[in-house]
Write a protein that binds this ligand. Structure first.
Ligand code: NIG
Ligand code: FE
Length: 393
């Protein structure tokens, strides 16, 4: 509950009123205004449970075929992620499995992951393409992502990530791939109304800033916000590029430098930290949380659910990892999966806080204090989940 003066904005013994899917009043149950009490058609007694905004997973790749358990075994034998990717493992191996699956099969598999996330109180999920690397399969991925809305009763934000890796048929021709697939496919998927945002992977094993630039320019012409996978394994300049384009978010960020932090701050870009990938890849270099904190850059936390670097379908565990591995406070972790995650999706106008005029997306938990959400591992204290005031779980 929101009370800006108290830690977590907590209101003890609170009440909240919903009308037409939106919050119309929130405060202490001693102060419910008369008109609210009279207008209400139904009161739900939560019996002392804790309410928070429904959680938001603002960075996932839940639509994919196959798995990468063999690459996991290789990694434990000492073949790292970048070596695997150069050996035709990595992202490109998931591409073969994803191209080979029907839309129905992809939807079934993705729905199982989304339902698992929903059990953690997640009501809004960002879903990226990026395992098709041809126009048809990238578009198919986003069609599947959109179908997850009705299949799983969650809100889905779709992201065009064709610039995720270079497929074998374009080896040595990254610029042609960007023009012919990433940009051309974006234009057609956008016409079909399938794209909410545009993302790219800026890294030695993926694309350079100069390769990504024309894609971001096209996104701007189409009126689409951009975001980026940047400085995950090395410093390649993706964060500065994203800030130049006024990105909603820059994600990963283990290798960002002070100037990048300033650029994020100047543009109001959210830093999305992905501890599941850091943990899975056995990285040692943490994102500079203190620098981000001191600069006042909004920080969000997400699962990065994907078959390679983060086979994680628990946002609560990602919050726990953000605290234990990156040094966030449990309050920062909760803000990172609610208010700041909404902002990373450009949805701060209607999601992420329990305030009048926001959508009534609410998670109800069997906990005594919000710090418990980050404290446990492998256990969800969710009692119920509401979307627009309607009971979903
Ligand atoms: O966010 N960094 C790039 N993309 C994904 C990994 C995708 C994969 O390995 O399949 C990530 O970590
Ligand atoms: Fe990712």
């Amino acid at each position: 509950m929101q009370n800006s003066a108290a830690p977590y904005g907590l209101i003890e013994d609170a009440a909240l009123a919903v009308q037409n899917e939106h919050i119309v009043w929130v405060g202490s149950s001693d102060n419910i205004p008369e008109n609210i009490e009279q207008d209400a058609v139904m009161w739900i007694d939560l019996d002392g449970a804790t309410m928070t905004p429904a959680l938001i997973d603002c960075h996932t790749h839940v639509v994919f075929g196959g798995n990468r358990a063999a690459e996991f075994e290789d990694r434990l034998r000492g073949i790292d992620y970048q070596q695997a990717s150069r050996k035709k493992g990595g992202i490109v191996s998931t591409v073969a499995a994803t191209r080979g699956l029907s839309e129905e099969a992809l939807l079934d598999q993705a729905a199982a992951r989304v339902l698992r996330l929903r059990q953690d109180g997640v009501a809004t999920i960002e879903v990226k393409s990026g395992y098709g690397l041809d126009i048809n399969t990238e578009t198919k991925m986003l069609r599947v992502a959109r179908q997850l809305r009705s299949r799983c009763d969650v809100d889905i934000a779709t992201t065009w990530l064709a610039a995720h890796a270079l497929p074998a048929e374009y080896a040595g021709r990254a610029r042609d791939y960007i023009d012919e697939v990433a940009v051309a496919g974006l234009v057609s998927a956008c016409k079909l109304g399938l794209v909410d945002a545009v993302d790219a992977f800026c890294e030695g094993i993926a694309f350079s800033t100069e390769e990504i630039r024309p894609l971001f320019e096209k996104a701007g012409q189409l009126g689409l916000p951009v975001k980026i996978h940047a400085e995950q394994l090395s410093h390649c300049g993706g964060t500065a590029l994203a800030a130049e384009f006024g990105a909603c978010s820059a994600d990963h960020l283990e290798y960002i430098q002070e100037a990048d932090v300033e650029a994020l701050k100047a543009k109001g870009t959210v830093a999305v930290l992905l501890p599941g990938a850091y943990y899975t890849l056995g990285q040692y270099r943490q994102p500079p949380v203190d620098l981000l904190r001191r600069a006042g850059v909004p920080v969000a936390i997400a699962t990065d659910c994907n078959p390679g670097s983060s086979p994680l379908t628990s946002l609560l565990l990602a919050m726990n990892m953000a605290c234990n591995l990156f040094g966030l406070t449990p309050e920062e972790a909760l803000v990172g999966t609610t208010r700041n995650a909404a902002r990373a999706l450009g949805r701060q106008y209607d999601l992420g806080v329990l305030q009048v005029r926001k959508r009534a997306d609410i998670a109800v938990w069997d906990i005594e204090h919000p710090s418990e959400l980050s404290y446990r591992m492998g256990f969800s204290p969710l009692l119920s989940l509401y979307r627009g005031g309607r009971l979903v779980v």
